[in-house]
Design a protein around this ligand. Structure first.
Ligand SMILES: [Cu+2]
Length: 384
């Protein structure tokens, strides 16, 4: 059987025009050299947020550098979230079997606005933040939020702390199923990885996913979600660890090329690749390291690897902002995935589409651009 994959395959050479907002005059950062003196400080997030000071700031850590017990505390908290009841309407969202799956459903519901669009980077930044807050509120997790350093693990996926399959990992590979090359599009396939079947080791062994894949064609054409999107479709969590994809798309050369570009449109294309093309980007490549469902642009959140994959992307975006302080408030893209159906370019004042019940507020993009102001108060242990 051909391992068909919906996905991130495809990410965006769009006909979008660039909209780079001029950055405001930079203000000196109130803490250490990590941010440099040029990183703008953005005021104005509604609500009561204490200033982000050196004593309050949280540090996000490389998963590989965390102590085994710290890693286990994180995965325990995710498993705890899966024991909390769903808050979604079960008639509309039968696939929302618990609070964790509410996150996955919310992501599907908004996929067509928050990918391959001008909302992508900031919407996902705040979505991770909401999940981090919720891990604390629901499950008492106050440890560091980890990220998965893609290039550091590309040559040794199976031996990495992330995927070694131990109780201190994010669970490992799926069992091997020989189902041929991974077909991403009629013009693009990559070799099969080392798994393909159910994940049966580590903290997520036996995890049941609830949503079936949704084709990337919906996203490309700007079609509504299929009626079946939220039907309950229980199956085991599968993975197909793919060293070929990791080494080809998620290497240090790709990372530094992305960090060094001085244009957000180029940054976007380097992380996402070209929709309908024959190559992946750094971020879409990272999704394809695991195969389905983590490679699905719609339903990937069902695999808990999603969170540390996306905090790495946020680290990349944050590090790029730090390296290019004059571009830290740049935006690029329209309000719809792949600009289908056509929509206006976003500006820094365009309201985000909200985060479902987790936070329905439609904050302007500008309020989510700095990880150390407004709702945010974190940085990464290492700026890339
Ligand atoms: Cu997403």
């Amino acid at each position: 059987m051909v391992n068909t994959i919906i996905s991130l395959a495809a990410l965006a050479l769009s006909v979008l025009t660039t909209l780079i907002e001029a950055a405001p005059a930079p203000s000196p950062a109130p803490w250490g050299p990590h941010f440099g003196s040029g990183f703008p400080v953005f005021p104005g997030f509604p609500g009561n947020h204490a200033p982000c000071t050196e004593d309050r700031i949280k540090i996000r850590k490389d998963f590989d550098s965390m102590a085994p017990e710290e890693r286990k505390a994180f995965t325990d908290a995710i498993n705890c979230m899966m024991t909390k009841p769903s808050q979604l309407n079960q008639t509309l969202y039968p696939a929302a079997t618990n609070r964790y799956m509410d996150y996955a459903v919310t992501h599907v519901n908004l996929t067509q606005q928050v990918h391959l669009s001008g909302f992508f980077l900031t919407w996902h930044r705040y979505y991770i933040h909401l999940f981090e807050q919720d891990l604390a509120a629901q499950c008492g997790y106050t440890g560091a939020f980890p990220y998965w350093n893609w290039p550091a693990t590309a040559d040794n996926l199976h031996g990495s702390a992330v995927f070694d399959g131990s109780e201190y990992s994010m669970s490992g590979d799926g069992v091997y199923v020989d189902d041929g090359p991974v077909v991403l599009s009629p013009v693009f396939q990559v070799p099969h990885g080392s798994g393909g079947g159910c994940v049966n080791m580590g903290p997520f062994a036996g995890l049941q996913t609830t949503m079936a894949p949704i084709g990337i064609e919906n996203l490309i054409a700007g079609l509504p979600l299929p009626d079946t999107a939220f039907q309950l479709n229980k199956t085991c969590l599968t993975r197909d660890l793919n060293t070929y994809v990791a080494q080809r798309y998620c290497n240090y050369t790709a990372l530094y090329e992305t960090l060094e570009t001085d244009d957000l449109q180029t940054f976007d294309h380097l992380i996402n690749g070209i929709i309908g093309g024959a190559e992946l980007g750094l971020h879409s490549g990272a999704h394809f390291i695991m195969g389905a469902p983590a490679s699905s642009i719609f339903v990937s959140v069902q695999d808990p690897i999603w969170w540390i994959l996306h905090s790495m992307l946020d680290n990349l975006y944050t590090s790029w902002q730090i390296r290019h302080p004059d571009l830290a408030m740049a935006v690029y893209g329209t309000e719809t995935a792949n600009n289908a159906p056509p929509s206006p370019n976003v500006t820094i004042d365009t309201p985000e589409p909200g985060w479902g019940y987790f936070d329905p507020n439609r904050y302007p993009i500008r309020n989510l651009m700095n990880t150390t102001s407004g709702p945010f108060c974190y940085k990464y242990d290492v700026a890339l």
